[in-house]
Design a protein around this ligand. Structure first.
Ligand SMILES: Cc1ncc(COP(=O)(O)O)c(C=O)c1O
Length: 266
C-alpha cells in the first residue's frame, strides 16, 4: 500500500498550484489550506485575537504571528487569496480602502525623508511651513476620499500632488520630473468612469525610477490585473466588489514581497 503523505506536504503541493487554477477556483481555494493543521476546518477560521502566546523567543520566530495589526492567520489567508487573484507576490489587508491608499502612498513618499535622530524629527513632521515640492501625480477626477487625502492632508506634511488629466499621456509625460515618487492611477475612476492607460503610465514613471500605484477598486481582479500591466502596487477597497455584499469594510495592497514587507512594518 502507498505510504500516506503527511498533511503539511499535501498542503504545500496544493499551494504551489494556486497560480494555475482558473479564476473561479482561485476565489474558492487560494489562500485556504484544505485542512489547516490546527483545526482540520475546511475553511480558514476567524482568528479573533490581537496577541499570540509562545513558550520562547525561538518559538515566536518560527511562527511569526506576533500582533494582529501586522500578522493574523485569517488575514494572511485573505492576503494570499488576493495576491493569487492579481498574479502578485503578496498582499496586505487593512481596515479600509482609504487605509490601503494612505499606507501605500505614504510608505512610498516617506522614502524621501531620511532616518533622523528623534530630536531632529520636528524638522520633518508635521511641518508648519512644508516645502511644497510636487512629488506625485494624480488624476483630476478621482474618488473624493482619495482626492481629499491628497489635496487637503498631504500638503500639510509637505507632500503635494500635480493634478492633471491622466487620460492624456502627453500630460503625464510632461508632469513627471525627478521629484515624482509615484503616479496614482485610479481606473476606471469613481464616479466618472474615466479610463487611464496603466501600462503607459507605468512605463513613463519607471523611466525615472518612480512607482505606479493603481487603485483597482472599480474593476476588481475579475476584470483588470494591473500588475500584469506593469503596476508596482495595487490597491483594492475590499468594501466594494470583492466583498460583494456591501456589508463590511476592508482594503488591501497587492505587490512584490520585499516592498510589502517594508510597508507592513512601516
Ligand atoms: C475607487 C475607490 N478607492 C477607494 C475607496 C475607499 O474605500 P473604503 O470606503 O473601503 O475606505 C473607494 C470608496 O468608495 C473607492 O470607490
Amino acid at each position: 500500500m502507498a505510504e500516506k503523505k503527511p498533511q503539511d506536504q499535501i498542503n504545500k503541493e496544493l499551494r504551489e498550484k494556486w497560480d494555475e487554477l482558473e479564476f473561479d477556483s482561485q476565489l474558492i481555494r487560494a489562500g485556504e489550506d484544505p485542512y489547516p493543521s490546527t483545526t482540520h476546518s475546511l475553511r480558514v477560521p476567524l482568528y479573533a485575537t490581537k496577541s499570540y502566546v509562545y513558550s520562547s523567543l525561538t518559538e515566536l520566530l518560527k511562527h511569526h504571528y506576533f500582533y494582529s495589526r501586522t500578522e493574523n492567520p485569517t488575514l494572511f489567508a485573505l492576503d494570499k487569496k488576493l495576491a493569487t487573484l492579481h498574479g502578485g507576490d503578496d498582499a496586505i489587508s487593512v481596515a479600509s480602502g482609504m487605509a490601503a491608499v494612505h499606507l501605500a502612498c505614504s510608505s512610498v513618499l516617506q522614502k524621501r525623508i531620511k532616518r533622523v535622530k528623534p530630536k531632529n524629527l520636528s524638522k520633518y513632521y508635521p511641518q508648519s511651513k512644508p516645502d511644497h515640492i510636487p512629488n506625485f501625480i494624480m488624476h483630476k477626477n478621482q474618488y473624493t476620499g482619495t482626492y481629499r487625502l491628497f489635496t487637503n492632508l498631504y500638503p500639510q506634511i509637505g507632500y503635494k500632488p500635480k493634478i492633471i488629466d491622466m487620460r492624456d499621456l502627453n500630460a503625464v509625460k510632461k508632469a513627471i520630473d525627478e521629484q515624482t515618487k509615484f503616479v496614482f492611477v485610479e481606473t476606471p475612476a469613481n464616479p466618472t468612469i474615466d479610463v487611464i492607460n496603466i501600462q503607459k503610465c507605468a512605463e513613463l514613471i519607471h523611466e525615472i525610477g518612480g512607482k505606479c500605484i493603481v487603485d483597482n477598486t472599480f474593476a476588481s481582479p475579475a476584470l483588470q490585473k494591473p500588475i500584469k500591466l506593469g503596476a508596482d502596487l495595487v490597491i483594492e477597497s475590499l468594501t466594494k466588489y470583492i466583498n460583494g455584499h456591501g456589508d463590511c469594510l476592508g482594503g488591501a495592497i497587492i505587490g512584490p514581497k520585499n516592498e510589502l514587507q517594508n510597508i507592513r512594518y512601516f
